[in-house]
Design a protein around this ligand. Structure first.
Ligand code: ADP
Length: 302
């Protein structure tokens, strides 16, 4: 069973389904409401755990997160490295999803922004090659420290630079697999968002990113993989599915990628597995509730 450490966020997700997203100044009625565990860190941890990895989550929550932690434990995620912060509430995400699966999200970072240097385990990597998975919903210093420490200790560093913000090139150089979506890739490079797949391929092919490999998620188009600068770009298409809700698609992708890499899969195979897992997740509502279990992915129907 592969071991993965996720350093990231935990949020309480309030998910409102609406007919159409409200315009500024408009009030609309929700058709459905659900509350659940979210946050990129927790989501990616659950995605990997459902596929069979042993996952440890490093995070900070508020004193109001008892139920969320119980839910994470029930998913098999080790939450012993999740600290409770007495001064800040748990992070909160207000998610509004329309009938076409389009969404808007407002996040209050809460305790996630208070994750501190002393919260990071001294031994981040417990066995050589162990995957450490990091996203951008915690303070930049913590991202930098987690990535550099994981690299120094011989881990496999997977970094999902979401939401987009500038990243120190020294940190990028310590990343094994960078996993942005198209918008995040463009933002990292200071480029305009590509309008077509060909433009996206071009942007990735020539991007001066010092990490070992880059995997760009492309929504319904699947993902691009660039294994080394100048080595060309491979396209992994997504299966055609009825997309109901794409919230958490990128998180499912990252968790599944980490799970596959932890099992020793080569990157192309790991990306294929991640595309299948994420495409499965968009067929159901909610970030975590629609994440697949290993048996569902192995079934021949998808
Ligand atoms: P993010 O949610 O971070 O923006 P993407 O939208 O690029 O990420 O989606 C991540 C992955 O989810 C894709 O690589 C793909 O596997 C899957 N996915 C997303 N939207 C769809 C869709 N409409 N149909 C099939 N798969 C999808």
């Amino acid at each position: 069973m592969p071991s993965i450490t996720v350093v990231g966020s935990v949020n309480r997700d309030l998910v409102l389904s609406v007919e159409g997203l409200p315009h500024p100044g408009e009030t609309v009625l929700a058709r459905h409401f659900a509350e659940g565990a979210g946050g990129k860190g927790a989501n990616q941890a659950v995605a990997a755990a459902r596929l069979g990895s042993r996952v440890r989550l490093v995070a900070r929550v508020g004193a109001d997160a008892v139920g969320l932690l119980a839910a994470l434990r029930a998913e098999g995620v080790d939450v012993t490295a999740v600290r409770t912060d007495e001064r800040h509430p748990t992070g909160l995400a207000a998610v509004v999803v329309d009938g076409a699966g389009e969404n808007t999200i407002v996040v209050n970072a809460g305790a996630n922004a208070a994750l501190a240097v002393e919260d990071l385990p001294e031994r981040l990597v417990r066995s050589l090659g162990e995957v450490v998975l990091v996203q951008n919903e915690i303070a930049p210093e913590l991202v930098d420290l987690a990535v550099l420490r994981a690299r120094e200790q011989g881990g496999t560093v997977v970094f999902n630079p979401a939401p987009a913000r500038p990243v120190d090139p020294r940190v990028l150089a310590a990343v094994d697999v960078l996993v942005p979506n198209l918008g995040e890739l463009a933002s990292l490079l200071g480029a305009a968002r590509p309008a077509t797949l060909n433009e996206a391929r071009d942007l990735l092919e020539h991007a001066a990113l010092p990490c070992r490999a880059v995997v760009v998620t492309l929504g319904a188009d699947g993902a691009f993989l660039r294994e080394a600068h100048g080595a060309g770009v491979a396209h992994v298409p997504a299966p055609r599915v009825d997309a109901v809700d794409t919230v958490g698609a990128g998180d499912t992708f990252c968790g599944a990628l980490a799970d596959a890499l932890g099992r020793g899969a080569a990157l192309p195979a790991a990306v294929e597995r991640a595309v299948r897992a994420a495409s499965h997740a968009v067929t159901g509502l909610g970030a975590q509730s629609s994440m697949p279990y290993a048996a569902q992915l192995d079934a021949p129907s998808l």
